[in-house]
Design a protein around this ligand. Structure first.
Ligand code: ADP
Ligand code: MG
Length: 238
């Protein structure tokens, strides 16, 4: 059964069609990647799924509920962006605990959940560090912990690793995949990095100019690209 359904989503900015007719069906616990060149509409689609941008046409269902007109907060989605957006005046612990404080969870349970999450992203011992004392990769680990600790139904990630150095990016790709599999979180990652998409995804949707060109698991796309664009983009063209 489908966990997230994106039906016929269309969006134009200033009369320019940016998303033409987006249809995606995503299963619970899937790691989905939206892959495509810059400007093809990946972020816009993700933002519409999050409720940060409204679509001109179409509907979105999450876990059986029509959330098309539901506010971002009430959709049960988490988001991680390229820029870390941590609270600079809060330490790692406080940043991760932030979302939970609103939830009226008992203190000891809150502490346990926060510490488990900090451990999960490999930051044990850094609880008291402030964002400016952390590397970019460590800051992104905090951002990840902060958005997962509240147990979102789906985690949306917009190029979260694009600003990081190659080696750190590789480590975080593995961490992301590891956490996703361990916790069974449904994730939708936006990236223009085909290697990243191939490494982490259960299924990749290839976008070009506001349209889905093909979707499939990494091996299938590599072996059976539907178009030359996909072949070139995935790297199986030669
Ligand atoms: P991607 O994330 O794939 O790089 P985007 O979804 O950010 O692509 O953008 C797709 C197209 O929509 C681009 O041409 C971009 O300039 C345009 N666009 C995105 N957001 C806005 C906006 N708020 N106002 C006007 N144009 C926008
Ligand atoms: Mg983008």
């Amino acid at each position: 059964m489908s966990f997230i359904t994106i039906n016929n989503i269309q969006k134009a900015f200033d009369g320019q069609k940016v998303l033409k007719n987006m249809n995606l069906t995503i299963h619970k616990g899937e790691f989905i990647t939206l892959l495509g060149p810059s400007g093809c509409g990946k972020s816009t689609l993700l933002r519409i799924a999050a409720g940060l941008v409204s679509a001109d046409e179409g509907s979105i269902f999450i876990d059986g509920v029509d959330v098309t007109h539901v506010s971002p907060k009430e959709r049960g989605v988490g988001m991680v962006f390229q820029s870390y957006a941590l609270f600079p005046n809060m330490n790692v612990y406080e940043n991760v605990a932030f979302g939970l404080k609103m939830k009226k969870i008992e203190k000891q349970q809150l502490n346990e959940r926060v510490m488990n999450m900090i451990r999960l992203v490999g930051l044990d011992g850094k609880e008291n560090a402030y964002p400016h004392e952390l590397s970019g990769g460590q800051q992104q680990r905090v951002a990840l912990a902060r958005s997962i600790v509240v147990e979102p139904k789906v985690l949306l990630l917009d190029e979260p690793l694009s600003a990081l150095d190659a080696q750190i990016r590789k480590n975080l790709q593995k961490l992301l995949r590891d956490i996703q599999q361990r916790l069974g979180i449904t994730m939708i990652l936006v990236t223009h990095d085909q290697e990243e998409a191939m490494l982490v995804s259960d299924r990749i949707f290839i976008l070009n100019k506001g349209e889905i060109v093909q979707n499939g698991n990494p091996q299938d796309l590599y072996k059976h690209p539907a178009t030359e664009f996909v072949a070139r983009f995935i790297g199986s063209y030669n």
